[in-house]
Design a protein around this ligand. Structure first.
Ligand code: PLP
Length: 469
């Protein structure tokens, strides 16, 4: 007989842990990534046992083992921008595997030169020195090290509504509750948090535009009072934490503040890069060039794990005669660079940034129309094809259905119930805390958008029933 020591439910997964011969064994049953998962033993998510698991993907859809097709309304983790199984990207991986599957990072390679050329063409002007990593997380780790070494200062300012990765530095800079489990010892010291920019629920209780963008002015107050600030890190448009779009004054003003105090500005474009917001990079909307830009996800259409830490010639030149205490076996791994070259070419061929604008103009009114009919929707916001829909139990007070503490405690979240209903209706949508992130592959058609919005419309009735009377 199995003795369950804990049972936790996350959307569509039943996770149980039990003691077997003195070891903790975790089993997962349910639908994972759209496929029926058998049992995962002594593992987290990666090692799958049994032949029940299979999944296929194509274009904007993925298919479970029973053959059921799901519209991917969030491009998995907001990363498969070109759609699943993009042929050119896959071909590039195959070709690279044949030509040069691996060589250490100290060697120059044709593919590295090729990618460098492509990156210079699309990144904000002036960012033309690149450090290649294997994820967004370690791109941010590199950024922090660069900032600290180049400025000779220590502190990093981040903001509460943010996610910057999962390792000790990047989790320290993460404002959302994924950081809590690491408090206080499991993270780098010297990270402090500024109020986020959130015009729907301003943490300073102001209203735009009368506020004078107090949230960014307060950041200058922090820099002046803290001293020793090496860098400020922001997601130009906050991603997982709610698709929060700053007012037009915010980033240009932040650029000025950083310049004045000789603090580096790091733009984390892991999620917002690669045409998602209607420009190659979100900072392009405000013509702001950060000192360091980090990105990952869509850079390879998520088909290979590549991250990028881009900076200026001036900053990089510091390392001409200083040792850069970073680097790893898979840095500039040829297999990760090749799909990036192909992905950039595909984004150009498909004119993807312009397409994101067109798609955004199509979906925006539809989501706003849902807001008219569903009392549980507090706000709809978006830029390009990157949309957030925030649920509230009370429109006047803007009170959410669940709290951050609920999330950490594993309490079933209302947004997950809505997402689960959509899943049963064949649409996959990312839910986080009190909102949804709508970011399908940018090859989605208008009729597929209609299908996704219709499933959302239907599932929102679950939330409507829970609003305060
Ligand atoms: N930064 C942002 C804004 C992200 O959204 C993410 C991941 O979702 C990361 C950093 C971490 O990137 P990765 O998951 O590739 O380590």
């Amino acid at each position: 007989m199995q003795q369950f020591t804990s049972v936790r439910t996350i959307p569509m997964l039943r996770i149980t842990t039990e003691k077997k011969r003195g070891k903790t064994v975790m089993s997962v049953e349910g639908r994972l990534a759209g496929a029926w998962v058998g049992t995962l033993e002594q593992c987290w998510r990666e090692r799958v046992q049994g032949e029940k698991f299979s999944v296929d993907l194509c274009g904007v859809s993925f298919i479970d083992a029973a053959g059921k097709r799901y519209l991917d309304f969030s491009a998995q983790l907001m990363c498969v921008t070109l759609g699943h199984k993009n042929k050119a990207v896959i071909q590039a991986i195959q070709d690279q595997a044949r030509d040069l599957p691996y060589v250490g990072p100290a060697w120059a390679t044709t593919i590295r030169a090729e990618l460098t050329k492509r990156l210079v063409e699309v990144l904000p002007r002036g960012l033309d020195k690149f450090f290649f990593t294997t994820s967004g997380t370690d791109a941010n780790e590199a950024a922090f090290k660069i900032a600290r070494m180049v400025t000779g200062k220590t502190k990093i300012i981040s903001r509460y509504r943010s996610y910057h990765g999962s390792t000790m530095g990047s989790i320290a800079a993460t404002g959302d509750p994924r950081r809590w489990a690491m408090e206080p010892a499991g993270k780098i010291p010297g990270v402090i948090f500024a109020p986020e920019v959130n015009c729907y629920k301003c943490p300073l209780l102001h209203e735009y535009p009368g506020c004078g963008i107090a949230c960014v002015e307060y950041l200058e107050h922090m820099i002046a009072n803290e001293s020793d600030v090496a860098a400020v890190i922001v997601e130009p448009v906050v991603g997982t934490n709610g698709v929060l779009i700053p007012p037009k004054e915010y980033l240009p003003r932040l650029r000025e503040i950083c310049n004045r105090h000789e603090v580096l500005l790091i733009a984390d474009e892991v999620m917002t890069g690669w045409c998602r917001t209607g420009k190659w990079f979100a900072v392009d909307h405000w013509n702001v060039v950060p000192d360091i830009l980090t990105t990952a996800k869509g850079i390879t259409n998520a088909a290979m794990p590549l991250g990028l830490c881009a900076t200026t010639e001036k900053i990089a030149s510091y390392f001409d005669d200083h040792f850069f205490s970073h680097g790893h076996t898979y840095e500039a791994h040829p297999m990760t660079l090749a799909p990036a070259v192909a992905a950039i070419a595909e984004m150009k061929r498909l004119n993807l940034a312009a397409r994101a604008v067109e798609l955004g103009a199509y979906i925006g009114p539809k989501l706003n129309e849902l807001k008219q009919r569903h009392p549980s929707i507090g706000e709809v916001r978006g830029i390009g094809m990157f949309w957030g829909v925030e649920l509230v139990r009370n429109r006047k007070t803007k009170a959410p259905f669940n709290t951050m503490k609920d999330k950490v405690a594993g309490t079933p979240m209302l947004v997950d119930k809505v997402a689960a209903r959509m899943m049963s209706n064949g649409v996959y949508l990312q839910a986080w805390m009190s909102h949804f992130v709508i970011a399908p592959p940018l090859i989605v058609t208008q009729s597929e958008i209609d299908q996704g919005v219709a499933a959302f419309d239907e599932a929102l009735s679950i939330a409507d029933q829970e609003v305060d009377a």
